[in-house]
Design a protein. Sequence first.
Lengths: 178, 160
Amino acid sequence: MIYKCKEIESLLSAYLENELPAEVTADITRHLAACPRCLELKEKVEALILSLSDLQEEVPFFLKNRLFNIPEISEKKKLARTVFSPKWLAAAAGTIILFLNLSYFTNIFPPLNRTMHSLVGSIETFVVQTGGWFEQIKESKDLLLFTFFNKKSSENKADKLNAEFNANKVISKGGNNG
Amino acid sequence: MLINAYSKAVYNIALNFFADRDIAADVTQDIFLKIYNNLEKFKEEKNFTAWLFTISRNYCIDYWRKNKKYLSNSQELDEKVSLHDPTPEDDAIRESEIRELRKKIAQLEPELRVMLILRDIQDLSYQEIAGKFSIPEGTVKSRINRARLKLAQSYVRGEA
């Protein structure tokens, strides 16, 4: 069979790797002997395959070190992801609340029960105290507002009276002239 | 064990895919991190190397797509590669040839690039590659042939 150059190109790798039937191989060899362009291409591909096999390199030492650290990093990340996942955090919070409630309302753990009650007592005292402070602040604020607005309103009143007085004065003057 | 067995393969895929040792190192680390984070999912899979190669291939292609603009700038790529001294095994001429060849590989389409690296650099059989990516062997063969022709037409050894 006579092959065209394009067909030779598509069979070149198989030809070089001895994967073609003997008959086809013989036909291609004949074509190559008669076609300098295809022969040149065949030689180039052969040289290329040879060069490519030299491209393997050893893994650099620094990279090996980096790679050996990966399992540890990966495990830590995985553990952190598991522990701090919303599901686990919600479960942990629920357990703590349940435990605190139990120790407050029952006497399963007497020392904890006492601590909880004294803690709640301190919180109540704090709330009462802060409530008193709030009252005081509110009173001071009212007093300040009262003083300020009272002063303002008396000033306004004086201004009003002055204006009225002046207006009366002008009218009476106008009356005398008329 | 995982690192000793597969780091060279993954590193060489990345190195020859990007033609840049720094990027190859970062990408290899990312791939292994991905592998460790997904090890639990692997249990259902049959072939570990197939899974590892699929992750490596997909990660390289994704990384390349995301950074295409920067990576396809051949001038910059060339400068970055030449920053490295030749490895002890390679003399200056060999290093320059290798650099040139990697540059040419990096210009191939990502799918062709991966297939070529696995076949001609990692020395995997067509059957293995087809099995790893669940594609027909014929497709692998034609892609590799296409990649070789493209590369051979643009690269001639000794003319770098």
